[in-house]
Design a protein. Structure first.
Length: 355
């Protein structure tokens, strides 16, 4: 389900729930997200899977797609708990590699390509935080250090970041976010440096299992790739999106121990599209959101030890129409209950290296 801009949401006073028209409280909405698959839905799901995807792979992808919102079934990648990659599109399978950790916040593919991660995603959230408002930009040189921030212990190098995290009890969120490009972003990639900018969602489960899910910037092409980091492995999509645009991102729990990222925007080919990455085996995550915290972050990930003198920076990231929710496990139709993400849903802020 795609959440409309807030201006549209606030005009919505009535919703159809369970076949009857009922009023909705301001900034709180419900959506019936039935898991029952009828013939028409099965036909729609099968139409989203390439004919060359057959046998076990087709069965697996049909099951995965059945758990996704219909609008998220266009270009889907599924990574199982063992790191095996499946997709509903042959082109995605043929051009995708899984990147596993080699230490120093680096991840390497089977063909030997190396990318930098967004940071120590598995570190549990610290319960204390700086509650300053989020503003300005952050840099790896110059800038004002936020001395009041209480930062979780970092290992392997993280770089500057800005984090907002929720209270406990959420399993679904969506947002529009501006992806910068051109002179608003610089990833310093000189000899020995692999700074990489990220804009992403994710969070920590009831047993502190972390997942990062969002967009990774390319220095070489000045574009962005949907990517996820879970189970000590990164999974970027081969489908990339243009810089300097507002995209729609959604992070939600689609099954027990299964998290999903869906991104909608204009690809580098100029065509509007949705890319979805589903990660299995992320323990402690449930649709009811009990014990889970969600987050949104802007980060410059760095190789090895952290350095604030590389000259990297990112400006112009704007978050809009941020929505947060959970699935009501007490109903057979698994209703999604959601609202705008405001101060009452916020657990805290953390800022590191800002000005």
């Amino acid at each position: 389900m795609k959440i409309l801009k807030r201006s549209t949401l606030l005009l919505t006073a009535l919703l159809m729930v369970g076949g009857s028209l009922v009023s909705a409280a301001p900034n709180e909405f419900t959506n019936s997200d039935s898991i029952t698959i009828d013939f028409a839905q099965d036909q729609q799901i099968q139409s989203k899977i390439d004919s060359l995807v057959t046998g076990k792979e087709r069965t697996i992808m049909a099951e995965v797609l059945s758990r996704l919102a219909p609008e998220d079934r266009e270009n889907v990648m599924f990574v199982d708990e063992n790191g095996k990659i499946y997709s509903n599109k042959v082109a995605i399978i043929d051009s995708t590699e899984n990147y596993t950790s080699i230490g120093d916040n680096q991840y390497r593919s089977t063909s030997g390509l190396t990318i930098t991660g967004p940071g120590n995603y598995a570190e549990p959230i610290d319960t204390a935080a700086d509650d300053s408002p989020l503003g300005g930009e952050f840099f790896t040189n110059g800038g004002e250090f936020s001395t009041n921030s209480v930062i979780p212990t970092q290992t392997g190098g993280s770089g500057p970041y800005r984090r907002v995290y929720s209270n406990d009890g959420f399993s679904w969120m969506s947002t529009y976010v501006t992806l910068p490009g051109g002179t608003n972003i610089k990833d310093s990639n000189s000899t020995g440096l692999l700074d990489t900018a990220f804009v992403y969602l994710g969070g920590w489960s009831s047993n502190s299992t972390g997942i990062d899910a969002g967009m990774q910037h390319s220095t070489a092409y000045d574009d962005w790739a949907p990517t996820t980091l879970a189970n000590n492995a990164m999974q970027p999509s081969p489908i990339r999106f243009k810089a300097n645009q507002d995209i729609y991102m959604k992070f939600y729990i689609t099954n027990t121990n299964e998290a999903t990222l869906a991104v909608s925007g204009i690809g580098t080919d100029g065509v509007s599209k949705t890319v979805t990455i589903v990660r299995a085996g992320v323990s402690g995550w449930n649709k009811d959101g009990i014990g889970s915290r969600l987050k949104r972050m802007t980060t410059i990930g760095q190789k090895g030890g952290e350095s604030m003198t590389t000259g990297s920076y990112m400006k112009g990231v704007h978050w809009n129409d941020i929505t947060i929710g959970r699935y009501d496990s007490n109903t057979s139709s698994a209703n999604l209950i959601y609202s705008s993400w405001g101060s009452s849903q916020t657990g805290g802020f953390q800022l590191y290296q800002r000005r």
